[in-house]
Structure formats: structure tokens, C-alpha cells
Ligand binder design. Structure first.
Ligand code: URA
Length: 245
């Protein structure tokens, strides 16, 4: 895509247009080997080699971030009282227009996808696409065989909302730790599903989106970028292996 050089520098370095123009005027920016001092100069950022102070700018139209969301931060763009997932994105990954693709409760931890690509977010969040989300839930009580069957067939929440069938797997000997995969994203869905069978979620972690598991090397609050292949795994894949943590 052909764009003004000040726009490219500003978006890729997450700096203001004015700061980008200062860099350009100061002779710090080159395009295909020639210094560019005119901010209105146009370039195809995907095809040209743009450098700033000699360092190549690896152009990406969008950024996709996997965060291991810690407890106590909200999945919002900004909040007057509480830290948001956007507040804790490292500076090196910050871009304008970042937002969390989907919601996790303040006390839920695990895989949070953060991006500036509205189309992608729309595709994976659209109810009709049925992108799977997999969670590990720790329960107050042992999950009964009957409760498991109800969740697998499609729970009915306290307000009458019908859920789609879910995949449920007990992952501890006691029967209080469960891996559950759903294909929708209703408000507080997992907590309400377990409440509908008389149980309570005491800890909740999202461990995968589509076929992409949370990178278990990420400590709570840490982020890493998601590759193009991994984006495909989110959109098209299903979790097939044992990822319970
Ligand atoms: N379901 C919930 O109840 N809470 C979450 O944060 C995510 C899914």
C-alpha cells in the first residue's frame, strides 16, 4: 500500500505524526538507500526498504499480540479506575488503535488476543464463525456425571439462554478441574454454565483460541506477537491435544 512516509513512520514506531516529521526533516529516514526529508514523500512500505537512523523498519500493516492476561486487569481499551490489558502491552508492541479482541473477566487469566485489525477481530468473534475457546476451570464442587452431560449437550442458563454443546474433560483425579471448549462468547458464559448445573467456578484460565494454545512460556502479564501461521490456527483450527495447565 502506498502511503506518506510520515504516516508509515508514525504508525510503525507508534509516535505522533509531528515526531515522525521531525525525524524525517532531521535526515534520519531513508527509503531504498536515499535520505528522505520531505514528509509528503510516498512509499510502498511493504516493498521499499525504509530505515530510521540506519535501522530497517520491518513494516507490518497490523499487529497481533498474545497476552497471558493476569488477574486484576480489565479487558478494555481504557478504564478510568482499573488497569487495562492495553495499559500493560509493552512499549515495543504498542500501536495506535490497539484493542482486546474479546472479553475476559477481571479475575479470569490466560489467552487474551490484542490487535489493531478490526476485520480479523470481527471474523474470529462473529458468533456465526464458531471459533472455539478453551478454558481450564477449577470448580468449588466435583462435577457430577449428570452436570457434565448437560454441559456437553448444551446448558440452559438461569435467564433461559440456551448454550451450544461444549466439549468437557475432567483433568484431575478429584473431578474439580475441568477443560471446557465452547464455540460462543456469551457474557460470563463459563461461570454461568457451571452455575446452571449447581456448581461454581473458583478459577478460570483461557488456554486456547481456536487451535492455538496459550504459549506456556509467557508469565502472567507477558506478551508476544502472533505469527501469520498462528493466526490461521486461531481462525481455522481446533485444539486437538492435551493443553491443560
Ligand atoms: N466465561 C466467563 O465466565 N468468564 C470469562 O472471563 C470468559 C468466559
Amino acid at each position: 500500500m502506498i502511503q506518506r512516509i510520515d504516516k508509515i513512520i508514525s504508525s510503525q514506531m507508534n509516535i505522533s505524526r509531528n515526531d515522525a516529521r521531525s525525524l524525517i526533516k532531521g535526515g534520519s529516514v531513508s527509503c531504498d538507500g536515499s535520505v528522505v526529508t520531505d514528509s509528503a514523500f510516498k512509499a510502498d512500505a511493504e516493498k521499499s526498504e525504509i530505515t530510521v537512523n540506519g535501522k530497517p523498519l520491518f513494516y507490518k500493516e497490523h499487529i497481533y499480540i498474545m497476552m497471558n492476561k493476569p488477574e486484576g486487569v480489565v479487558s478494555a481499551t481504557n478504564d478510568p479506575k482499573t488497569k487495562t490489558v492495553i495499559d500493560i502491552v509493552p512499549e515495543s508492541m504498542k500501536r495506535k488503535n490497539l484493542f482486546p479482541a474479546g472479553r475476559l473477566d477481571k479475575d479470569t487469566v490466560g489467552f487474551m488476543l490484542i490487535t489493531d485489525d478490526g476485520d480479523f477481530a470481527h471474523r474470529i468473534l462473529s458468533p456465526s464463525k464458531h471459533v472455539e475457546k478453551t478454558y481450564v476451570a477449577h470448580l468449588r464442587d466435583v462435577l457430577s456425571g449428570e452436570g457434565k452431560e448437560i454441559l456437553e449437550k448444551g446448558a440452559v442458563l438461569s435467564d433461559g439462554t440456551e448454550c451450544m454443546d461444549a466439549r468437557v474433560r475432567i483433568i484431575d483425579d478429584e473431578g474439580k478441574k475441568v477443560e471446557i471448549t465452547i464455540r460462543e462468547g456469551k457474557y460470563h458464559q463459563i461461570k454461568r454454565m457451571f452455575a446452571s448445573v449447581g456448581n461454581e467456578v473458583v478459577f478460570l484460565k483461557r488456554i486456547a483460541m481456536g487451535g492455538l494454545p496459550l504459549d506456556d512460556s509467557l508469565l502472567p502479564g507477558e506478551c508476544r506477537e502472533i505469527s501469520a501461521e498462528e493466526l490461521e490456527m486461531i481462525e481455522k483450527g481446533k485444539l486437538c491435544c492435551d493443553n491443560a495447565q
